[in-house]
Design a protein around this ligand. Structure first.
Ligand code: ZN
Length: 173
């Protein structure tokens, strides 16, 4: 189970809509395993396949250390939000593809999500709290959407200025 390289903001794969997966096969199974390993190694709570350069609709999440609403390690293939609550929550988010950046993002509090699990069964989950937020963030990745797209233009400008500065420092050091 090798670690995969996490793609960083600026990589075009992060902006491509990902392809629907035809079904579970060995390639997808090993992708899911590698994604879990890569996510745990990076100490993230979620990862989407485009973040490791694979433009396919696969996500993994595990919020078990941070939230009591946990279902443990969860992989979803072709995940879809069937229903989103009108009630919304605001909370800070970060992204393994935009390291060091964090901003408050507003999202529906609760969503109903459907997808294939690792055994190839269709599952429907009603999720709340951090799990709901993490799943919505990862599904966004499958549509080429990043959390910075969900903050106000002013906050996005400030974030991008900070990001460019941090990148420049990294290259300069
Ligand atoms: Zn992300």
């Amino acid at each position: 189970m090798p670690l995969r390289e996490i793609r960083i903001l600026g990589d075009p794969v992060l902006r491509e809509p990902a392809q629907t997966v035809d079904g579970l096969n060995d390639e997808i199974r090993s992708l899911v395993e590698d994604m879990f390993e890569t996510m745990y190694h990076a100490e993230g709570v979620g990862l989407a396949a485009p973040q490791v350069g694979i433009s396919e609709r696969v996500i993994v999440v595990d919020v078990r250390d941070a939230d009591e609403d946990d279902v443990g390690a969860l992989a979803l293939i072709n995940p879809k939000v069937l229903e989103a609550s009108r009630a919304k929550d605001k909370a800070p988010e970060g992204c393994l593809s935009i390291p060091g950046m964090e901003e408050v993002v507003e999202r529906p509090s609760n969503v109903t999500v459907e997808g294939l699990n690792q055994s190839g069964e269709t599952v429907t989950l009603e999720v709340t709290g951090l799990l709901s937020r993490a799943i919505q963030h990862e599904i966004d990745h499958l549509d080429g959407i990043l959390f910075i797209d969900r903050v106000s233009p002013l906050k996005r400008r400030l974030l991008m200025r900070k990001w460019q500065k941090s990148r420049a420092e990294e290259e300069g050091s």
